[in-house]
Design a protein around this ligand. Structure first.
Ligand code: G4P
Ligand code: NA
Ligand code: NA
Length: 189
């Protein structure tokens, strides 16, 4: 998506080699007109997939998922980063390892909100190693729901998560794939 790439070049900042800061327009302050165009682009890409639900993960996936759902007219469910115990088994849970933060955490989704006849579009702002995505996919599988597509705003191609998931057979569309980056110099695939 040319407009997103241009915005990354204009306002994105590369930190410590591997972190791209886009908090002036995507995941802290949010440019809602841009997010609306991102949502429209995901709708264009996945319009033939009979999407019944959009799944994302808190926190920064939520806004993008909501702006996308506006174009699909389907509900959004967001996985929570677990703080409470799954005592009575009413939650799907999956363990995620974050390389960025070097820690494990659990994500949860209530069993009420994903059904076996759902065709799920998973949306997130970033794809790095893809571990959070693995957790979301695992939860869809536990619910016997179909992962009909994965939509990512910014994929860091050099971290490999996106290509691994494509190889596994998922239909993954990223609106911008960063192939390499250093301060003042970002190269897209
Ligand atoms: P992975 O899921 O792809 O393996 O990624 P990782 O655990 O390394 O990412 C941890 C968090 O950092 C995720 O946010 C992810 O969206 C975000 N992230 C990864 N790379 C970048 C980057 O280059 N720039 C920015 N701005 N964020 C990045 P999260 O833990 O889900 O937190 P939240 O911000 O959504 O609450
Ligand atoms: Na994030
Ligand atoms: Na995220």
């Amino acid at each position: 998506m040319e407009k997103l790439k241009q915005r990354i070049l204009k306002d994105g900042q590369v930190r410590n080699g591997e972190v791209l800061k886009v908090d002036s327009f995507l995941n802290h302050q949010m440019d809602i007109d841009l997010l609306d165009e991102i949502g429209a682009e995901f709708q264009r890409l996945f319009q033939d997939e009979n999407i019944t639900k959009i799944l994302t993960i808190e926190a920064s996936g939520i806004a993008i998922a909501c702006m996308t759902a506006r174009h699909f007219h389907v509900p959004v469910v967001f996985a929570k980063k677990a703080k409470s115990l799954n005592l009575d088994g009413e939650l799907y849970t999956s363990k995620v390892h974050s390389f960025t933060y070097d820690r494990d955490y659990d994500i949860t989704v209530s069993k009420k909100f994903i059904q076996s006849d759902d065709r799920i579009l998973i949306i997130d702002d970033f794809m790095a190693n893809g571990k959070a995505m693995d957790g979301l996919i695992d939860i869809c599988h536990q619910a016997h729901a179909q992962v009909a597509g994965i939509g990512i705003c910014i994929e860091k191609g050099f971290q490999g998560g996106g290509d691994r998931l494509r190889k596994e057979g998922y239909r993954l569309e990223s609106l911008a794939i960063v192939e390499s980056m250093e301060p003042g110099h970002i190269v897209f695939r």
